[in-house]
Design a protein around this ligand. Structure first.
Ligand SMILES: O=S(=O)(CCO)c1ccc(-c2ccc(C3CCCC3)c([C@H]3C[C@H]3c3ccccn3)c2)cc1
Length: 240
């Protein structure tokens, strides 16, 4: 069914996350700190705490040649590839396939000493926002992951501390059509990726430990994931 029980929440969160992702990190005065750079990738964070817990919002901007936003979102959304690129994943369960573009996931992440192990339940929604209204507007593909409850998996019932997150992978494809009217090849395309994430670590964990984990893991994650998409797509026809 096009409208399922989570539809209105998903629609609201997706619209809010797309608007948020499209806001630049502005001039340095806006509180965004550049904390990692690697080639075209720039990673920013804001230092924020809720009830003494680090919930630093993260925003990464990356430009990757030779892949499209549809391909990035396909490999980010689809469960069958996740163990290939998500190195901190210990266990992933698809609790429900709500529609072909909406799933419910339960994930446990590898324990990061000295913090206790974490798990998370989130809905994941893949959406194409075409620019058919105004031609020169952005053609956007996005995946939004947002924490939710599930009656069979109450928070903090087992050994894991339940975390809460909202993640947005927003992509815009750029095509430089070849001069001689030749068919578009992967040399003529690139994808501008904006990855936003806010993670509430659930139970207390030392701020210094969390900030060190994020500083190490986020750049590694985005580099590894985009390299994975490049490698998976290099010999396949372009998925626009
Ligand atoms: O973009 S996704 O939806 C992709 C689907 O998997 C996503 C991204 C990140 C996380 C996540 C949430 C919490 C933690 C911490 C918090 C305290 C202890 C564990 C970590 C730790 C494992 C580190 C990490 C940080 C950044 C990227 C990857 N790994 C990761 C979950 C989902």
């Amino acid at each position: 069914a096009s409208h399922h029980r989570l539809w209105s929440e998903i629609d609201n969160v997706v619209k809010q996350q797309v608007a948020w992702a499209r806001l630049g990190v502005g001039e340095s005065g806006t509180g965004w700190q550049l904390f990692a750079e690697d080639g075209e990738m720039r990673m920013y964070r804001r230092e924020e705490e809720v009830d003494g817990m680090v919930v630093d919002p993260l925003k990464a901007v990356h430009i990757v040649k030779g892949i499209t936003g549809h391909e990035v979102c396909h490999y980010f959304f689809s469960p069958q590839y996740r163990y290939d690129w998500e190195t901190t994943l210990e266990q992933m369960t698809v609790l429900e396939t709500i529609s072909e573009d909406t799933c419910l996931f339960l994930q446990t992440h590898k324990r990061i000493w000295p913090a206790s192990q974490r798990d998370v339940i989130f809905w994941s929604h893949l959406r194409h926002l075409p620019n058919d209204q105004d031609r020169d507007g952005p053609d956007i593909w996005t995946v939004v992951n947002h924490s939710t409850e599930h009656k069979d998996y109450p928070a903090n019932a087992g050994k894991c501390v339940r975390i809460y997150l909202t993640v947005c992978m927003l992509c815009q494809t750029r095509v430089n059509p070849p001069k001689d009217g030749a068919p578009i090849s992967r040399d003529d395309i690139s994808c501008k990726i904006t990855y936003c994430s806010v993670v509430n670590p659930g139970g207390w964990a030392p701020a210094s430990v969390l900030r060190a984990v994020y500083k190490r893991e986020y750049p590694k994650f985005l580099k590894r994931f985009t390299a994975y998409v490049t490698n998976q797509t290099k010999d396949k026809s372009i998925m626009f």
